[in-house]
Ligand binder design. Structure first.
Ligand code: KE4
Length: 426
């Protein structure tokens, strides 16, 4: 038995499903998850010592490549000064100033320790600031596992085909309206019916939890104008796209300004950092200034902030995003060409350092379309690639991630494996 299987069997004795986050369990692709022992640059090594080219990148944070020496050094230096104080530190000011400087819509920002905390807090803030209860989200978009958002969520939820989580009382989600991504008419109708009750619209401005699905022209613009018209707040959940889709996330690519933004993943560089921020007049409703309570023992943790600060500094180096996007383009176009050569119905898309691979003739634009992709082909392809040393996201409903460490040789090696993997599909 491989060490991965041994470890998985042992893990299942004490950890539900053997994992600390469901999507890691390989339940939607089958087989035993790979227990990662170490990572460096574009590579991870599993418990059997097998090396893989990594396109999960810890689900987004590893944008520099794993174990970047300057990030590791910053963590080591911060750690020797103490791991956590439960008191303010200068580092928290520095990262807040960096986020405010980099993302124009963020005038004030609060740090938390995960994307879920960021979105949960942003929703509570929107409700507190507007005095309204209803929220709009979109099917297939995943915003973490806060109760009011676990309604037809994407990511792991979608993978399990269980669009609504057990344990969430109907009362907790009665105010959550779930609409179709890219359906402006549905949003207009919802505002016509509930406009004065809607506190906010929360959206992944480029969806990455039902695979990568881009907004159609006019979709985000429509959300912005409807929120403005009805006094609702527009929340861009950029936990995944922030500093990943581009240097200012999707709001920087589209010029559409949300009232609040949620961030995590990249801003911690692999350590637990999340954040929510936006208009100062809205953020000032947050305790201790205002009446909307929010707190966290490890919020702004000095070691995590040290990793985030160095990561953000390195991302700001000239040409970083041009290089990252170019590598992702090569991968995306190469995968499409390899599928075509093998006569497999597959398409790809990408933005910045993230990409989508769909087993469908054309790139999906809605949750319904992405749900019709050939998941069986994906499962086969996933394992054909894994057996060739390429580690893709273990779910047909996840985006893939490229790092600055994915050089031409690594992309080329990936595409050689892909040609063989596509050819092997039945
Ligand atoms: P976390 O609580 O997992 O840090 O963030 C939740 C979250 C919020 N918003 C968006 C847009 C997200 O993508 C996420 C988390 N993303 C998934 C991957 N698709 C995390 C992977 C996992 O659940 O293990």
């Amino acid at each position: 038995m491989s060490r991965n299987s041994e470890l998985f069997e042992r893990a299942c004795k004490t950890i539900p499903g053997g994992v600390n986050s469901p999507v890691r369990a390989f339940r939607s692709v089958g087989g035993a998850p790979r227990f990662i022992e170490r990572a460096n640059g574009a590579y991870v090594w599993d418990a059997d010592g097998t090396r893989y080219i990594d396109y999960v990148g810890s689900w987004g944070p590893a944008i520099l490549g794993h174990a970047h020496p300057e990030v590791v050094r910053a963590v080591q230096e911060a750690a020797v000064g103490g791991l956590s104080f439960g008191a303010p530190t200068e580092g928290e000011i520095e990262i807040a100033e960096a986020l405010v400087a980099r993302i124009p819509s963020i005038e004030k920002v609060r740090l938390v320790s995960s994307g879920t905390e960021a979105t949960m807090s942003a929703i509570r803030l929107a409700r507190g600031a507007t005095g309204r209860s209803k929220i709009i989200k979109f099917e297939g978009c995943y915003h973490g596992h806060a109760d009011s958002l676990l309604v037809k969520a994407g990511s792991g939820m979608l993978t399990f085909g269980n669009p609504t989580s057990a344990g969430v009382p109907a009362e907790f989600i009665q105010h959550t309206l779930v609409l179709d991504f890219n359906d402006n008419e549905a949003v207009e109708a919802a505002f016509r019916q509930h406009g004065a009750e809607i506190a906010c619209v929360i959206v992944e401005p480029i969806a990455g939890n039902m695979n990568l699905i881009k907004p159609q022209p006019g979709f985000l613009e429509g959300l912005r104008s409807l929120c403005t018209q009805h006094g609702a707040l527009l929340i861009f959940d950029e936990v995944m796209t922030g500093f990943r889709a581009g240097p200012q996330g999707v709001q920087g690519l589209t010029g559409i300004t949300p009232d609040l933004t949620t961030l995590a993943k990249v801003i911690g560089g692999g350590m637990p950092v999340g954040a929510f921020g936006g208009r100062a007049d809205v953020m000032e409703h947050i305790a201790p200034l205002g009446a909307v309570y929010q707190a966290g023992t490890l919020s702004g943790n000095p070691v995590a902030v040290a990793a985030g600060l160095v990561t953000l500094r390195l991302l700001a180096e000239p040409g970083f995003y041009e290089h990252l996007s170019e590598q992702t383009r090569k991968l995306s176009e190469g995968l499409a060409a390899a599928a075509k050569k093998a006569g497999v119905a597959a398409s790809t898309d990408y933005v910045g350092g993230m990409f989508g691979l769909y087993f469908a003739e054309s790139v999906p634009t809605t949750f319904a379309e992405v749900s019709r992709c050939n998941v069986d082909h994906f499962k086969q392809f996933f394992h054909e690639m894994l057996n060739r040393g390429v580690y893709l996201a273990p779910s047909a409903f996840e985006a893939g991630f490229v790092s600055a460490a994915h050089d031409d040789a690594i992309i080329d090696a990936t595409l050689v494996a892909a040609e063989e993997a596509f050819a092997a599909l039945k």
